[in-house]
Design a protein around this ligand. Structure first.
Ligand SMILES: [Zn+2]
Length: 329
């Protein structure tokens, strides 16, 4: 049985499995006069690929029926099967993404994990993580690279202001920052519908982290774009995980309140004598219950909040002679 749900005469959601705690990703199939648009693709696993084939069979979609494959952002659960799906169309369907996402994909996915050795170890050291983390980080980077292959051969890019069609829907593409660098959301004002990627999710809060490749201030950029999206007239939001959202503005308010509280908690967790990112993370997250990957996400999330406190003058930062950051308030 496939995991297909219909939301409009031309829109289906396909729920694909993921081998993570967050065990699925939502992809969308949008029917138009020129063929089908696939929005996001899933991580490349045998189970994920079988899900696509089952959905195509159920909807009667042949490989020649795919008009285009469009991506919201560069994360592996969204980018991962773009190349596999394109190959299935005999490379006739272009993979379309924002220019910035395409550049990020080249930097992140077409490099080897080892290319990032220096940046990664400097990042771990700055944030108080032990060098023993390095091998497991590299291992997961290698595994992720394997799960996004093959890469698409034929990539077309768009700028956020360009006119984009998803099926017959003329949508406004706009950049939504913070969760991923230059994520794109697609808004159809005529139908009060938005494909919001991972910018707004139901029940879980989108991860906003500061990683070795993240440009400065991800949380500030995330909050700014959330506030902007809140102004849109939306009746139905279709996100990258979990269920559809009918109270889009209300959910955004909850996310804004969540980060407000977390900023307060993190500011209060900074001791007068100063502490490392990891030490502050321990005060806010139950790190002792986390596996090594969850620790990294918690540290990246804490760091994003600490950076925001720095930017807004609510904390300061020194660097020790060993290259470790110490935050003070
Ligand atoms: Zn995702």
């Amino acid at each position: 049985m496939t995991q297909l749900t219909q939301f409009a005469p031309d829109i289906y959601r396909l729920r694909l499995p993921l081998p993570f705690a967050l065990d699925h990703v939502n992809c969308y199939l949008i029917r138009g006069d020129r063929g089908w648009t696939l929005l996001d693709t899933g991580l490349h696993t045998p189970e994920g690929w079988q899900s696509w084939l089952a959905a195509f069979a159920e909807l009667g979609i042949a490989s020649t029926d795919i008009e285009q494959i469009v991506l919201t952002h560069v994360h592996p659960d969204h980018y991962g099967m773009a190349g596999t799906l394109q190959a299935w169309t005999h490379n006739t369907a272009p993979v379309r993404m924002s220019t910035a996402t395409s550049e990020a994909a080249a930097v992140i996915w077409r490099s080897s994990a080892e290319d990032w050795l220096d940046e990664t170890s400097a990042y771990l050291r700055r944030n108080g993580l032990e060098a023993s983390f390095l091998e497991s980080v590299l291992q997961s980077m290698r595994a992720m690279r394997a799960a996004v292959r093959p890469h698409p051969e034929k990539v077309e890019t768009f700028a956020p202001s360009d006119e984009v069609y998803l099926g017959n829907r003329r949508v406004q593409a706009s950049a939504a920052q913070g969760h991923a660098d230059d994520q794109t959301v697609f808004y159809d004002p005529a139908d009060r519908l938005i494909f919001c990627g991972d910018q707004v999710l139901q029940r879980i809060t989108p991860n906003v982290g500061s990683w070795p490749t993240t440009p400065a201030g991800p949380l500030g950029r995330f909050l700014t774009d959330l506030s902007r999206l809140r102004g849109l007239d939306v009746g139905l939001a279709l996100p990258g995980h979990r269920s559809e959202i009918t109270d889009f503005a209300g959910r955004i308010d909850e996310l804004l309140a969540h980060h407000d509280k977390r900023l307060t908690d993190i500011r209060e967790a900074i001791p007068a004598a100063g502490a490392t990112t990891l030490e502050i993370t321990r005060q806010v997250f139950p790190v002792e219950k986390f596996n090594i990957h969850e620790v990294r996400f918690a540290v990246a999330e804490t760091l994003a909040h600490l950076e925001h406190l720095l930017e807004t003058g609510q904390a300061s930062r020194d660097e020790t002679s060993a290259g470790v950051w110490l935050f003070r308030r």
